[in-house]
Design a protein around this ligand. Structure first.
Ligand code: MN
Length: 157
């Protein structure tokens, strides 16, 4: 039976009763490209072309740095952090809206002392993400703000 309505339960971390908490991208055996986050699929109706997911990143955690053809529509619900989208790093707070366009590098990071919770709306049918190779990281880390965000230094520095 499908439960048509899910109420918020508790305060932190954000959870909805009756909605499973899923492991974020099950480990393929390689080095994890993400840290300390959970995923809940809030709406996954076969009559819709999109899914509505909720990600909750623990303090200091982050999503995978990736890019893909499909796009993301992100609504921050709670906490604080930053995101890299394309060539820009943005500070995030509740109610911020972030659009990730096709092929833009993107990563979300929680603040060191706060979680970051956000809704991410995505197409059901979507391509697999690409991870950055060495030249991609070399180009990204030319921007000092992005290098700091990623916790990396540019190879030439
Ligand atoms: Mn993505």
């Amino acid at each position: 039976m499908t439960i048509p309505r899910h109420r918020r339960e508790g305060e932190e971390p954000f959870r909805w009763e009756g909605v499973d908490v899923r492991e974020y991208k099950p480990d393929d055996g390689g080095e994890p490209t993400f840290k300390d986050l959970s995923r809940q699929i809030l709406f996954d109706d076969s009559n819709l072309d999109h899914q509505v997911r909720f990600f909750d990143i623990e303090p200091g955690g982050h999503t995978t740095l990736e890019r893909h053809k499909h796009t993301h529509s992100v609504v921050v619900l709670g906490g604080h952090g930053q995101c890299l989208v394309g060539d820009f790093v943005f500070d995030l707070m509740p109610h911020d809206l972030i659009a990730v366009e096709q092929w833009e590098w993107h990563q979300f990071r929680a603040a060191p002392d706060d979680h970051l919770g956000f809704i991410c709306i995505v197409n059901c049918n979507r391509d697999r993400p690409q991870l950055p190779n060495a030249p991609d990281l070399e180009r990204l880390t030319r921007y000092p703000e992005i290098a700091t965000f990623l916790g990396l230094t540019h190879p030439g520095d």
